[in-house]
Write a protein that binds this ligand. Structure first.
Ligand code: SAH
Length: 352
């Protein structure tokens, strides 16, 4: 069900002003409407400095669909909140709100589903239904902030989907998020995680954005990585790391490598030594993630002692490394699981 009206929340002020001008409206209205949209209003009637007939014209002629909170799970352990948002066509995506000492972070989904096929991940099980619009990514930030009353200071594109597989909309979302008349969030407070689409990493490098690029590496060699991540059969680790070096050279930004620790698969001392050898000398950081058990997948996370030993080997090998704290473990806070449960319960789906 494609939308047949202009998606005004995906527009930058210049585009909005062109649209309004073509309807005979003064250009300055664009700034006012942009500001209201980026405050997360639930209807045009909240735009109190916009004349009623213009509000009515927008109601008739613009696409506007604030996401519906289908589920809100609040962790009893650490105040993490997981949202299941329903979109205009019945698709559902997850966003996770995490509170740290340095502020509140929202984890945003970029697609309804994912087509990358990583074998340990719940998000990809049903494939990819569709790309999210820029406005739908922005809404996850705006409405999570509004619903929770917690000011969002950081955004991570680490939810459902592969952000670089929805490149144009994701870039537009980043432009909107960092716009001075909108949330004005510096891209230094944004991380984008990719499974390693090498052509898109090279393209992104040329944008010279100040965001943090996270690479889901998860293995020290092609044999293990190709078993876990089909994308590695297209671009192997050497090609991926070459693109990362180019990214670092063009942006000056440190890359973060994500490494989900899966018992007996990628967590041996030999894996740690091989990883350290491969990444040595790069401007990078390694984030070890105790793998989340996904019911459908049968993988088990590595034990705490194993993870500690692994991180010690990396550090001895000269790498900077942290073990990610597990948040929201009582609410299945890793992405993809709530959407799956929703689909299994017969939740609304796009009728093909
Ligand atoms: N498609 C992007 C972003 C989405 S996933 C990517 O691949 O990076 C966000 C992170 O969660 C990725 O590093 C992904 O590999 C990881 N992940 C997925 N399933 C996981 C699981 N069961 N346990 C731990 N990490 C997982």
């Amino acid at each position: 069900m494609p939308i047949d009206k202009p998606d005004i929340k995906s527009m930058l002020p210049g585009e909005l002003s062109e649209l309004l001008k073509s309807c005979g409206q003064p250009a300055y209205r664009a700034g006012q409407i942009f500001t209201w949209l980026h405050k997360g209003v639930a209807s045009f009637d909240e735009m109190t400095n916009i004349p009623v007939d213009l509000r009515n014209m927008l109601k008739e002629n613009a696409y506007f669909f604030p996401p519906i909170v289908k589920k809100r799970l609040v962790s009893g352990i650490d105040s993490t909140v997981k949202y299941l948002y329903e979109l205009y066509d019945g698709q559902a995506v997850e966003s996770v709100l995490m509170s740290y000492l340095h502020g509140n972070t929202v984890c945003v989904s970029s697609q309804a589903g994912c087509r990358m096929g990583c074998t340990f991940c719940a998000s990809t099980i049903g494939g990819c239904e569709r790309n999210l619009f820029a406005s739908e990514m922005l809404d996850q930030v705006l409405f999570t902030q509004k619903d929770s009353g917690r000011k969002i200071g950081n955004v991570v594109l680490m939810g459902i989907g592969e952000p670089l597989d929805n490149y144009d909309n994701v870039l537009r979302f980043l432009n909107l998020l960092s716009h001075k008349d909108g949330m004005n969030l510096s891209l230094r407070h944004v991380s984008l995680s990719t499974c390693g689409l090498v052509d898109r990493i090279r393209q992104l490098a040329k944008e010279r954005l100040q965001l943090t690029l996270s690479i889901s590496l998860h293995a020290p060699d092609d044999k293990i990585r190709s078993q876990l991540m089909p994308v590695n059969r297209k671009w192997g680790i050497d090609e991926l790391l070459d693109a990362c070096r180019e990214y670092i050279a063009l942006t000056g930004r440190r890359i973060s490598f994500e490494y989900a620790m899966i018992a007996g698969v990628n967590d041996s001392d030999a894996c740690a030594a091989a990883l350290a050898a491969r990444l040595r000398g790069m401007l990078c950081h390694v984030n070890l993630i105790p793998a989340n058990d996904v019911r459908e997948r049968g993988f088990k996370r590595s034990g705490a002692l194993r993870i500690k030993k692994f991180s010690e080997i990396l550090e001895k090998g000269g790498l900077s490394c942290t073990v990610r704290r597990t948040l929201g473990s009582d609410i299945n806070a890793s992405c993809g699981q709530l959407r799956r449960a929703h689909l299994e319960e017969g939740g609304n789906r796009l009728e093909d």
